[in-house]
Design a protein around this ligand. Structure first.
Ligand SMILES: [Zn+2]
Ligand SMILES: [Zn+2]
Length: 243
């Protein structure tokens, strides 16, 4: 693993700015990886052994993903939306797992560790590099029961939603009164008033991009006037049986 300064610099570049969250996240990831014995997490021989559960979608989450190399698309990054500045590092091979939490005391002690530094963010950034792990973090040894449907690797399970026909992967289907449903059909979704649309230039492909002189953006954005409603799915109108 690169040293802290190198990781902080590359993490800030990938994240888009240098911020206190990068310092905390880089240190959290370095500590977590060390605790589970995977100190080269992005190297080929270790990349498949690591799972990281992040509990917030804030700056530090990007730093943790950057340092450890875990990715949503590889299923090695698990987002558990607790709103807590914490992450759990799991060695899949050994079962070893540690949850590292950022302490509130660390925030209070910022002026003590970086006296005279002007600006709140600058002072935090400096202090979070000077504090010992014992001040910055609490650490819990934990057990994480990882189901095989949550592991990286090829899709093992597929189901088809009885109501909308959508394929649901990795055991995320829900059984309601004997019917296999996708979560949006069973519980409602984060989106509302979904209307399926098409537009005249929907046959656009990347291969045809150079053919027309029309600007790319203009061509594949739907024109509101020409939108045809193909199907309406109004979840509010769907009767959801009790379960
Ligand atoms: Zn940031
Ligand atoms: Zn469905």
């Amino acid at each position: 693993m690169l040293n802290f300064e190198e990781l902080l610099a590359s993490s800030a570049k990938a994240h888009g700015h240098l911020c206190p969250g990068q310092a905390v996240g880089v240190r959290m990831a370095m500590l977590g990886c060390r605790l589970i014995g995977l100190e080269e997490p992005t190297e080929h021989h270790q990349i498949k052994k690591l799972l990281v559960y992040v509990e917030m979608d804030r700056c530090a989450a990007d730093a943790i993903a950057h340092v450890t190399g875990v990715k949503l698309g590889r299923r090695s990054l698990k987002f558990t939306d607790y709103g807590i500045m914490a992450a759990t590092f799991v060695n899949v091979e050994t079962g070893s797992a540690f949850r590292v939490l950022s302490t509130e005391e660390a925030r209070d002690l910022v002026p003590l560790y970086a006296p005279g530094v002007k600006g709140k963010a600058s002072q935090q950034l400096e202090a979070y590099q000077r504090m010992p792990d014992s001040v910055l973090f609490r650490v819990q040894q934990v057990r994480v029961p990882v189901k095989d449907c949550d592991l990286p690797g090829p899709t093992r399970y597929k189901a088809i939603c009885f109501r909308c026909g959508q394929v649901v992967r990795d055991r995320r289907e829900v059984l309601v009164n004997g019917e296999v449903l996708c979560k949006p059909c069973a519980h409602g979704a984060y989106f509302q008033e979904a209307k399926e649309i098409t537009w005249p230039e929907m046959n656009w492909t990347p291969a045809s991009a150079g053919v027309s002189r029309e600007p790319h953006r203009k061509r594949h954005l739907p024109d509101p006037v020409e939108i045809k409603e193909k199907r309406e799915i109004l979840h509010s109108n769907v009767e959801i049986p009790p379960h």
